[in-house]
Design a protein. Structure first.
Length: 426
């Protein structure tokens, strides 16, 4: 006998705290974002009472032991939440309220500014971001494409996807429904907002390593006008070692970079040194690390960076290409890249201060303390979080804006040393 809708929904909502840990109030500078396999998540319009209203339910397939839900083709697509019928601990995840899910836009956690809810509108069930402040726009995030009194799949609109919240680089159970576009673009999709598809995937496209095309021009990104790194971002794009997103003319400065994306960007920067001839291969015969497939877009660059001591893996032997790179890890890569660049130009590879070092207030006893301090004196490659105060925030994810700026500074410093040596031969 089929369990009634109210009982099944109540079963899914019970003990929510035990599945998703409570977290502090959202802070754009505290939480990061980790990309996930979109096929392992589903947004569901779950019926309340007799199905005259619905609420959002997010399900996650955490292991392959048993299926967590079943989809029944139709309009709308019906969802059978199978996890309601067995102990799903370690197999499935589910989130039923704001403790378990929230909105993230352009790298900013909007959990305290927007709530996620489902509404019946125009013979459809919409997933909307409802603003706490009426002056902010409502966001249309997805829809079921039809009305039902049962559980229905919410199809996310183009530009939206699932991700996991991270804290100090570690993933949490909290699920983001996220977009790389800013609020203005999302509120006005006709201007190029919701047209880019799932652009946040870790593919070889606009991921921090795109090159060419912009050299010699001044790119205009509508989302960096007030960014403290705007000038350096434009310079980096003009040099060609990082790019914006052509589909909506954005740079997405607050987006976190993954480890493979940073490797790509730094190698592209080194290739733009005068007379550089790095001979980076386009393919590799085998895996550079156990978790990096030979056919992965970044595999050849990761292998080259490994062979040239610019990057290294973790103690378990893995590289974790899709993991967000921390600011401390970024500095380790920048120092090794600087050492490589200096060696390539025939200089002593040791990185020496060009200006007074910064005494950061939050790196004591950190594994990267000495190298962060060292890189602060090397043309300010290491600088305070958002260029203010004394915090470096070594465990926070590195954003596209700072990664571009720090790479530009590293490259500029190496080139300046080369020019100084050429002007003053020993």
């Amino acid at each position: 006998m089929k369990t009634s809708l109210p009982i099944r929904l109540a079963a899914l909502a019970t003990a929510a705290v035990s599945t998703f840990s409570l977290v502090p109030a959202a802070d754009a500078y505290t939480f990061g974002q980790q990309e996930v396999d979109q096929n392992k998540f589903v947004a569901v319009a779950a019926p309340i009472g007799q199905g005259d209203a619905h609420q959002l339910l997010v399900l996650e397939q955490q292991s392959t032991a048993r299926a967590c839900w079943n989809e029944q083709t139709g309009t709308p697509t019906r969802i059978d939440p199978l996890l309601a019928n067995f102990d799903f601990t370690g197999i499935c995840g589910r989130s039923t309220d704001s403790n378990g899910y929230s909105i993230r836009v352009a790298g900013q956690d909007l959990g305290v500014q927007y709530s996620l809810r489902t509404v019946h509108r125009n013979n459809d069930i919409l997933l909307v971001g409802s603003p706490m402040n009426r002056n902010n726009p409502e966001l249309i995030i997805g829809r079921t494409k039809g009305i039902t009194r049962d559980f229905a799949k919410i199809e996310l609109n183009n530009g939206w996807r699932f991700a996991k919240r991270t804290y100090n680089g570690q993933p949490l159970g909290h699920v983001y429904i996220t977009s790389d576009l800013d609020l203005a673009a999302l509120a006005n999709p006709g201007t190029g907002g919701n047209t880019g598809g799932n652009t946040g995937g870790n593919t070889g496209g606009n991921t921090g390593g795109n090159t060419g095309g912009n050299t010699g021009t001044t790119p205009v990104f509508r989302d960096i006008a007030n960014d403290i790194y705007a000038k350096e971002i434009n310079a980096a794009v003009n040099m060609g070692f990082v790019a914006g997103f052509a589909e909506d003319s954005t740079f997405r400065p607050a987006n976190a970079l993954t480890r493979e994306q940073v490797v790509s960007m730094v190698i592209e920067a080194l290739q733009r040194m005068p007379n550089a001839n790095l001979n980076v291969p386009t393919s590799v015969p085998g895996r550079p690390y156990p978790d990096v497939e030979a056919g992965r877009w970044s595999a050849a660059k990761i292998q080259w960076a490994k062979d040239n001591n610019i990057i290294s893996g973790y103690t378990d032997g893995r590289f974790r290409p899709q993991q967000e790179v921390t600011r401390a890890e970024l500095m380790a890569i920048q120092r090794r890249a600087a050492e490589f660049g200096k060696s390539m130009r025939g200089l002593n590879p040791q990185v020496t201060p060009k200006q007074p070092t910064v005494q950061f207030s939050d790196i004591q006893n950190h594994w990267a303390a000495s190298l962060i301090t060292q890189m602060s004196g090397y043309c300010a490659v290491a600088s305070p979080l958002n260029e203010a105060g004394t915090r470096f925030a070594p465990n926070e994810s590195a954003r596209r804006n700072y990664a571009a700026a720090s790479t530009l500074r590293m490259l500029t410093c190496v080139n300046a040393e080369t020019n100084a040596t050429a002007s003053n031969p020993q």
